[in-house]
Every structure is written in structure tokens, then in C-alpha cells.
Write a protein that binds this ligand. Structure first.
Ligand code: C5P
Length: 412
């Protein structure tokens, strides 16, 4: 009848535990596979050795046992089962379950499982009739926990009344009935899945500095670490976007899940960005060098008495070039503004002048090379300041913000 069914049996600490040995024997006869967990108290009533001999498997009893954790892990133990059975379910175990406590292996499994739980209570009649137990039982029934028993009868303590654990045959029949229905407990549809607000969107982002060669060994560069841009690329990929990261020279690994293009100069960065379009979103976080040496020397410039003079040429403004495209302009073009003073005014000016949809403004002193940043978002309709956060937190928040902006524009 129970061929191939996997049951996680939790044995609680009560005198009725001896009857569970008979239940184990019958379950095995029916073809069920058993994982058994004993509470500390249960081991005072039956030995793990007798349980293991009858169940034909390992007996788990310690939440922090490293071998058990590496071999199977408590979450897996509770998920592999088709049904979880607690017998005897003591007043203490029922109270823990009702409260959601998880301070040992048994109670942790009962909280972590995604399967139905069937309990066979067993306790002294006054414990069973106590208002606390009545409350706990009502709460557990409301949570969908199944009950078998308890029965009226003589108790080990000499009293008579409700509290006797059901006989193994009755528990077996309750298990069979439970297994005939759906035992998996589904999560609400939007929980348990990573949020993917940028699924189906394409995003191109620049990050890091650029290096503009002076000669084969020297260059004009800046202190940008690429941390913020790389963090945004990673967060966007996690949010489901198809991400191309165009990175200048940085000491960071390529974030997982993005396709990275490595460049040195502003001209190369612009070419790589254009090759990566079209996209829904373009974000310029790179600190692009504003000028390059007009003609870089082919050979290393020798130290001479007179310092060399360089003619500088203006580099392309990648952000402005993308924002002002006539064809294939991404629907959202986002720039960063690293300033040392008048941050908001400069950000507003940059938004207009470059033609982008959003400027993320920050104070150079608070941003460059650090793990944290404090930013203000400026759009044509207003501004919004975020408190200081780690760059990866800013990245995740910005990604959600952009996903919402894109959605609003699609809905409009
Ligand atoms: O250097 P500036 O303050 O103008 O940078 C503002 C924004 O423009 C940043 O997002 C930066 O990545 C971008 N930018 C660019 N190409 C440049 C200069 C800046 O994409 N040549």
C-alpha cells in the first residue's frame, strides 16, 4: 500500500514511544521508506539502536551534527519526505509547533518542511485538557496539521481519560489516508522565487575608468574603481536583464551572468557601447577621461631636460552620444554625476545638457573607491535622495527603480 512512499517520522519523548517501534515495523511491511528523527527526550524511552534496527536506516538526533548536515542537511531531510509523522506528539512538541519554535532537529524539520504533518498526540489527560494545549491544538488544526487521536483510556500514570496515543494500526490507517491526498504544501505563487523585474530587458552599462595612452607605458587615467558600475551590472543580471558590461581597466572580476567587453580608451568604450545597442536601458557609470593626448607617442618618451608638452583632444561624451541618438535610443538613458560641490545643481544641468532621463548624483569624496555611497536621483520631474548604503545595495535599489520607470513608460 505504501510502496515507495517516504515518511519522516519524528519520535517525541513520551512513554508511548515504545508503541512507535510497532508502527515502524508495520510501515516497513507496507513498503514505506523511513527517515527517523528522535528528540533528546525520546531517547530516554526507546534507544536509537532499536529504532535504527527496525527502520532499516539512520536515526537523526542532533541539529548540529556536521556529518548529518553535509550528508543530507535538515532542510532536505524534511523536503524529501512525502509525509511527516510525529508520534508520540508530546504537549511540548505541539506547543513548539504551534509557536514555530526551532531549537533542535525535530522542531526545525517541522518548521522547514513543505509537506503535511500528521501528529499522534500522547500525554497525561490534564496536559491534554489544559487550555494551553487546547489553544495549541486549535492553532495547529487551523494551520492544516492532521491529527490522529488521542484516545480515551488508562494512562501509564494511573489516571483514565483522553491522552492515550492511538494504536499503531490506527496511526497506520491515518497515514494511508493522508498519503492518498495531496501532501505538498504550496507556497503563494509570488514567494520563493527570485524577483526578476528586468526579465526580457536588455541593458548596456559602462564602468571603471578609461586609460588614454601618452606613450606605450604612460596614460591619463583616474581613480574610478568600477565598483558601483560592476555592482549595477550584477544586480541587473540577477534581476533577469540581458546585460552587456563595457568595462575600462579595473581590478574587479567580471560579475556572474553578464557579457563583459574590456576596453582601454574612451574611443574604444564608445565603439563597444554602440556595438552592444539596441538596448532598453543604457547606464553610464564609467569615469571616462575627458581628454586624450592628441597623438600618443609610439615609443616610450625619454626623460629629457625639458618636460614634454602634449596637445590634448576632447574625448567623445559617450552618455551624450547615446542619449542624443536618433535611432536606437534606449528608452532609459542614465548618467552618473560625480561632483565635489553644488551636487544637485550640476546634476540638473547635466541631465538637460546631455539629454538623459536620470542622473544619479554623488559626492566624489563619499563615493570613489569606497564600499558605500550616498546618492541623489535627479529626473526632469524632481529629485530623490537615498541614505548612505553599500554600493551593492544601491545597485539593487536602482535596478528596481529603473524597472519601475520602464514599466511606467510602457504603461503610459
Ligand atoms: O564627466 P561627467 O561629469 O560629464 O560625467 C557624467 C556622466 O557622463 C557619467 O555618467 C559618465 O559615465 C558619462 N560620461 C561619458 N563619457 C564621457 C564623459 C562622461 O559617458 N566622455
Amino acid at each position: 500500500m505504501l510502496d515507495g512512499k517516504r515518511i519522516l517520522l519524528v519520535i517525541g519523548g513520551g512513554i508511548a514511544a515504545y508503541k512507535v517501534l510497532e508502527l515502524i515495523r508495520r510501515l516497513r511491511e507496507q513498503g514505506a521508506r523511513l527517515d527517523v528523527v528522535m528528540t533528546k527526550a525520546a531517547k530516554q524511552f526507546v534507544t536509537p539502536l532499536s529504532v535504527a534496527s527496525l527502520s532499516g536506516g539512520k536515526v537523526f538526533d542532533d541539529l548540529f551534527s556536521l556529518t548529518d548536515e553535509t550528508e543530507i542537511g535538515h532542510i532536505q531531510l524534511s523536503r524529501a519526505a512525502d509525509l511527516v509523522v510525529v508520534a508520540p506528539a508530546t504537549a511540548d512538541l505541539l506547543a513548539k509547533m504551534a509557536q514555530g519554535l526551532a531549537d533542535d532537529l525535530a522542531s526545525t524539520l517541522l518548521l522547514a518542511t513543505d509537506k503535511k504533518i500528521l501528529v499522534a498526540p500522547a500525554m497525561n489527560l490534564r496536559m491534554w485538557l489544559h487550555p494551553a494545549t487546547t489553544r495549541n491544538v486549535a492553532a495547529l488544526r487551523k494551520d492544516g496539521v492532521l491529527f490522529v487521536g488521542p484516545e480515551d483510556g488508562d494512562m501509564a500514570c494511573g489516571e483514565y481519560g483522553p491522552g492515550r496515543m492511538s494504536e499503531p494500526a490506527a496511526i497506520l490507517s491515518a497515514i494511508t489516508t493522508a498519503l492518498q491526498g495531496e501532501t505538498r504544501i504550496a507556497l503563494p505563487p509570488d514567494i520563493g522565487r527570485a524577483e526578476k523585474p528586468l526579465a526580457g530587458r536588455r541593458l548596456v552599462i559602462t564602468s571603471g575608468p578609461t586609460h588614454e595612452p601618452i606613450d606605450p607605458v604612460r596614460y591619463i587615467g583616474n581613480r574610478s574603481s568600477g565598483k558601483q558600475g560592476h555592482a549595477i551590472a550584477a544586480a541587473a543580471a540577477k534581476a533577469g536583464a540581458d546585460v552587456t558590461l563595457v568595462s575600462g581597466p579595473v581590478a574587479l572580476p567580471d560579475p556572474p551572468g553578464v557579457s563583459a567587453v574590456h576596453v582601454e580608451t574612451a574611443a574604444e568604450m564608445l565603439a563597444a557601447v554602440e556595438a552592444a545597442l539596441p538596448a532598453d536601458i543604457f547606464i553610464a557609470t564609467a569615469a571616462v577621461a575627458d581628454w586624450r593626448v592628441e597623438t600618443a607617442a609610439v615609443q616610450k618618451i625619454k626623460k629629457s631636460s625639458a618636460p614634454p608638452q602634449f596637445a590634448l583632444a576632447e574625448n567623445p561624451d559617450i552618455l551624450a552620444a547615446v542619449a542624443q541618438r536618433r535611432s536606437n535610443r534606449p528608452r532609459l538613458v542614465v548618467g552618473f554625476a560625480a561632483e565635489t560641490e553644488n551636487i544637485l545643481a550640476h546634476a540638473r544641468e547635466k541631465l538637460q545638457h546631455k539629454g538623459c532621463d536620470l542622473i544619479v548624483a554623488n559626492d566624489v569624496g563619499r563615493a570613489m573607491g569606497r564600499e558605500e555611497n550616498e546618492v541623489t536621483l535627479v529626473t526632469p520631474s524632481g529629485s530623490e535622495s537615498w541614505p548612505e548604503m553599500r554600493k551593492d545595495e544601491i545597485a539593487a535599489k536602482l535596478v528596481r527603480y529603473l524597472a519601475q520607470m520602464l514599466k511606467d513608460r510602457s504603461d503610459a
